[in-house]
Write a protein that binds this ligand. Structure first.
Ligand SMILES: C[S@@+](CC[C@H](N)C(=O)[O-])C[C@H]1O[C@@H](n2cnc3c(N)ncnc32)[C@H](O)[C@@H]1O
Length: 222
């Protein structure tokens, strides 16, 4: 209490106020945060698609589930603008497009336990070994997904590259996800899925759930 009184005396001084306005970089509070409740002005189950492309899947899903909210993340500027323009034509109020790298979003910017379903369809495979550093799926991404997904949330993944599927599924299981026998909603409904299926290519898809998360703070016995 005495310390708070001392701090408030200090903060009333003119030289302190001048130092604060000179030294504190403005606009940083909340800079790293994406607040879904503020974006959608309601609390509803929130679905995330990473690498949503032109939005074929997420636009149709947002239109068919108006009780859920949707965040579509797409790195490529023009592609994300096309997605937003297409979503605009449907008059959707429950979908927003984030033009950014999904990694900082799930690493830092989304609140923990905020996502009820995450969709990742046909992430770029970067097949050559020297390109491996560009792949989306890494143990760090898996840990970040675990951070943002709620208990019981689903993670849906599909790819046309068998070896990549094997690597992703093993990484997820190692990271605490369990595979569940469930249909993967985007495995035949994204732009790439439709193209690959029309070409007769195989699609490797999996639905995953995270095991019960431990509480943030464990009570210690006396
Ligand atoms: C092969 S396309 C698949 C698009 C869509 N999921 C589909 O199935 O039609 C991969 C997409 O992921 C996007 N992408 C790649 N890395 C990304 C990242 N780190 N964050 C967000 N989007 C990313 C690419 O720009 C591209 O549009």
């Amino acid at each position: 209490m005495a310390r708070m009184r001392k701090a408030s005396r200090l903060l009333r001084r003119d030289d302190a106020r001048a130092a604060i306005s000179r030294l504190v970089v403005a606009g940083c509070d909340g800079y790293f945060a994406v607040d879904p409740r503020q974006i959608f002005a309601r609390e509803a189950p929130l679905e995330l698609e990473i690498g949503a492309g032109r939005g074929d899947f997420i636009i149709a899903r947002a239109a068919s589930i108006p009780a859920h909210d949707f965040l579509a993340v797409e790195l490529a500027g023009q592609v994300s603008s096309v997605m937003a323009a297409r979503a605009g034509r449907h008059g959707l109020t429950n979908l927003r497009v984030l033009r950014m790298d999904a990694r900082p979003l799930v690493n830092l910017m989304l609140p923990a336990d905020s996502i009820s379903a995450c969709h990742i369809y046909f992430p770029d495979p970067w097949p050559k070994e020297r390109q491996a550093k560009h792949r989306l799926f890494t143990p760090t991404l898996v840990a970040s997904l675990k951070r943002v997904l709620r208990d019981g949330a689903r993670l849906y993944v599909a790819t046309d590259v068998a070896a990549y599927a094997e690597g992703i599924f093993a990484m997820l299981e190692e990271g605490g996800f369990a595979r569940v026998a469930e249909a993967v909603p985007g495995a035949s409904a994204t732009g790439y899925a439709r193209k690959f299926i029309a070409e007769g290519r195989a699609v490797f898809a999996g639905a995953f759930v995270i095991g019960k998360k431990p509480p943030l703070f464990q009570e210690t016995p006396d």
